[in-house]
Design a protein around this ligand. Structure first.
Ligand code: AGP
Length: 367
């Protein structure tokens, strides 16, 4: 098995570095620049069906649930369809009211997660059209659903999901473009999205070159026992995902919050012993995010900023990690990569079993 690792010390690191290819595989054959849209072969939905969707319910667990949350922001923004995201384990038991024009999307890397499978069966029992975003070809969820989109990320062996997450986010972004273009999104906006997707692998390669600086940051920050991850809008689920990665492989307590929610409680945690990682996109939320940074620093909290802005003064944070600029339909993917690398290097620094963390299985097939 170890022969597959090549130059990498762990599968997680290998899979982080496979992301340019994994994402290219997710969009290959699915972009249509002449129409400014994306296309998917296996949804089993007509254009009329798509025009009539009035609500989308996304159902998933763990990291896949986080990608669904990013999808909620993207689909609502570009396709203007209301989206809800549920934990599969909750959906199966709560008999949520749904409309006959609700489209259900399940997301699962393994395609075998029991809660997601049973949620799909429950939705199908009630007559809903369920499509899957699944990595594992021929898995039970993929075989049983009514249509779907394969991720083609390749096998993911590290228990902590990395390339499968970014590929799910990319597919949701492309889906938001497709749904939008079938409804009200303009040709010009569709073209910008398609171009952003095409350019993504090169930008990911650039972002991966931050690995050495993140390794150094990890050495300084591995001693802390608690972390806050903060982000606004679609960067909030990226903050949740960053916190989950750190928890899973380093066993360090970490919480993700929408940046402005901090003052409604979590701010009480901040001290010199609890650093914050703040995701600061260079957009209309930048100033607000920087005031959250200042609130943390005023309470002696250390701050790592992940941003695509070159204008943030270095005195504002302990570390500033700059990712390349990109259209906001793919920027959450670029912001994820430094968080993956940081978690990885902190876990290595602490001598943890990165690929097989305690108490966790790659696929949760029991309730
Ligand atoms: C991810 O790092 C986790 N190990 C876990 O949350 C995982 O995403 C979850 O169990 C869902 O798995 P699935 O995508 O295979 O359904």
């Amino acid at each position: 098995e170890d022969a597959d690792l090549g130059e990498f010390a762990h599968y997680m690191l290998k899979e982080i570095h496979e992301q340019p290819t994994a994402l290219e595989n997710a969009f290959r054959g699915r972009l249509d620049m002449s129409e400014g849209t994306c296309k998917f072969g296996g949804l089993n939905l007509s254009r009329q069906d798509i025009r009539h969707i009035d609500r989308i319910l996304i159902v998933a667990c763990g990291t896949a649930w986080h990608s669904g949350l990013v999808g909620e922001y993207l689909i609502e923004r570009y396709a203007r369809i209301p989206v809800e995201v549920e934990y599969a384990s909750e959906f199966r038991y709560r008999n949520a009211p749904m409309d006959k024009n609700t489209l259900v999307i399940v997301i699962s890397q393994s395609g075998e997660t029991i809660d997601t499978l049973e949620a799909q069966r429950e939705a199908q029992r009630k007559g809903y059209h369920v499509i899957g975003i699944i990595n594992n070809v021929g898995s039970t969820i993929a075989r049983e659903n009514d249509g779907g989109i394969y991720q083609h990320s390749g096998p993911e062996i590290g228990v902590a999901s990395t390339k499968a997450f970014t590929s799910q986010v990319l597919i949701l972004s492309m889906l938001s473009c497709y749904l939008g273009r079938t409804r009200d999104l303009s040709y010009a906006e569709g073209c910008k999205m398609v171009k952003a997707v095409q350019e993504l692998p090169a930008l990911i390669k650039q972002t991966l070159s931050l690995a050495d600086s993140l390794k150094a940051v990890a050495k300084d920050f591995a001693k802390y026992q608690d972390f806050l991850f903060l982000g606004r809008l679609e960067m909030f689920p990226i903050a949740l995902e960053g916190a989950l990665k750190l928890k899973e492989i380093s066993y360090i307590h970490a919480e993700g919050y929408p940046a402005a929610e901090m003052k409604h409680g979590p701010i009480a945690l901040i001290s010199e012993d609890c650093p914050s990682i703040v995701i600061v996109p260079d957009d209309e939320t930048l100033k607000k995010n920087l005031s959250s940074v200042q609130e943390v620093r005023a309470r002696k909290g250390k701050v790592i900023i992940i941003t695509d802005s070159h204008e943030i003064p270095s005195s504002l944070a302990d570390e500033i990690i700059i990712v390349p600029k990109a259209h906001n339909c793919v920027l959450p993917i670029l912001m994820t990569i430094p968080l993956q690398l940081l978690s990885y290097y902190i876990a290595v620094e602490l001598g943890k079993d990165v690929d097989k963390p305690r108490n966790l299985a790659k696929s949760v097939t029991v309730e």
